[in-house]
Design a protein around this ligand. Structure first.
Ligand SMILES: [Zn+2]
Length: 423
């Protein structure tokens, strides 16, 4: 009887939450595009355009982001009561750029978007950044009247999307939209096969394999005029849909695109929580930025691994646990502060990381035992530096391409988010 009562209560509270969602929001998403202009120690946000997009892929129940990941976050508040109606953390390519040498003497602009359920009433959207003290600092405040006739509701880029992994209602699932890059009209069959292949790889990878019924995957076959992608360091330039390129910030394998408006316009053809851009080339490369996008090449022998590794960044905000490869960013982590990423620590605030899962017998920091089993601990090296940043295990897929398994800390961060998206 008690079990039944609890079950009924859960159903009622679920219905109340859904009711609340329908009271506050109408069908579709509000997308706000802005220009993010930054240098190494300063940044500004200026508005670009507003859109009413056809789908909302996010939860209708979990509207407030409880994870506190990302270098940025936005909050949608009621314009009268100031109550927070929706919030989400995210990171950007511009934030990475501010850590490059180039940013020491230059300003640069990036187009970015934030997406939220479309409000019924006038709202205020506040965008925050993490300052050097790791506290949230307001960057911008945007008043949005949903009846404003300057909100674009004519979808300019209509492309038929295909559901390649169907688990049901998008509001109760993690929805991933895969976009084609560097595939010509004649190569679209290949794109569909590639998208299916990477979907199968991700869904066979732990912990995603335990949640395949909580995930939808959509494919949007955007057509490029030429096959492949730009390799600027080799003088190769291709006319492709998203104008992607290797050599981002002078790192050869770092492939990205800054054509944010085209990406968002294409993604709007499906309900989505995560964007994945699949690039038609054999060359090794990828990138993943938290709640921004993932990008990966299709035909390198290690592409399946890279696909999953980059998704770890983009979906769960996981940090790179490696420290020996070349990267273009400098002093990425302040060793006097605890980083926000779940899978690395400076030991400044280890209590709020995975310390409670570490056995009392394990010494912190933890030395690698070359001959034996290494327990969960805090092993020095990670986040692009050899000293001062610690990782949970000697090896993890967020550290090495040779290790095709996530450590328990990364795995838990992903599982927690999958639960959040699928309630
Ligand atoms: Zn890990």
């Amino acid at each position: 009887m008690r079990v039944l009562t609890i079950a009924i209560l859960i159903i009622i509270s679920g219905n109340l939450k859904a009711q609340k969602f329908n009271d506050l929001f109408e069908k579709g998403s509000l997308r706000i595009d802005y220009i993010h202009t930054a240098t190494h120690n300063n940044e500004i946000i200026s508005l670009d355009e507003f859109y009413h997009e056809p789908y909302w892929g996010g939860s209708e129940v979990n509207l407030i982001d409880t994870f506190n990941y990302g270098y940025y976050k936005f909050e949608m508040t009621d314009s009268i009561s100031s109550k927070i109606l929706y919030s989400k953390g995210y990171s950007t390519l511009s934030a990475e750029w501010t850590h490059t040498k180039e940013a020491k003497n230059n300003w640069r602009s990036f187009s970015e978007s934030i997406i939220m359920p479309f409000p019924k009433k006038t709202i205020i959207v506040n965008i925050y950044k993490r300052n050097k003290q790791q506290d949230w600092e307001k960057l911008s405040s945007i008043l949005v009247n949903p009846t404003n006739y300057m909100i674009n509701s004519d979808q300019k880029t209509k492309i038929k999307s295909f559901k390649i992994h169907d688990s049901g209602k998008p509001s109760k699932k993690l929805d991933i939209v895969i976009l084609a890059e560097g595939y010509t009209e004649q190569e679209l069959q290949k794109f569909m096969k590639d998208a299916q292949r990477f979907t199968d790889t991700l869904l066979s990878w732990s912990p995603f394999n335990n949640y395949s019924n909580n995930i939808n995957v959509w494919a949007v076959p955007t057509v490029s005029k030429e096959s492949g992608t730009d390799i600027p360091g080799k003088g190769i330039y291709k006319n492709t849909y998203f104008d992607s390129h290797f050599y981002t910030f002078d790192t050869e394998r770092y492939i990205n695109t800054v054509k944010n408006v085209k990406i968002r316009d294409a993604a709007a053809n499906a309900p989505y929580d995560q964007i994945y851009i699949l690039v038609n080339t054999k060359k090794y490369g990828g990138a993943g930025i938290y709640n921004y996008y993932s990008i990966c090449t299709a035909d390198h022998p290690k592409s399946g691994f890279v696909f999953c590794h980059e998704f770890g960044h983009a979906f769960a905000g996981l940090a790179d646990e490696y420290y020996s490869s070349d990267v273009s960013v400098e002093n990425y982590y302040d060793l006097k502060k605890e980083p926000w990423e779940a899978n690395i620590t400076t030991l400044i605030d280890f209590d709020n990381k995975w310390k409670s899962s570490v056995s009392k017998d394990t010494k912190i920091p933890t030395e690698i035992n070359i001959n034996g089993n290494n327990p969960l601990g805090a092993y020095e090296g990670g986040g692009y530096v050899e000293k001062g940043v610690y990782r949970p295990l000697p090896d993890c897929s967020m550290k090495s391409i040779l290790h095709n398994k996530l450590c328990p800390v990364c795995s838990k961060a992903i599982s927690d988010l999958l639960e959040f998206y699928s309630e």
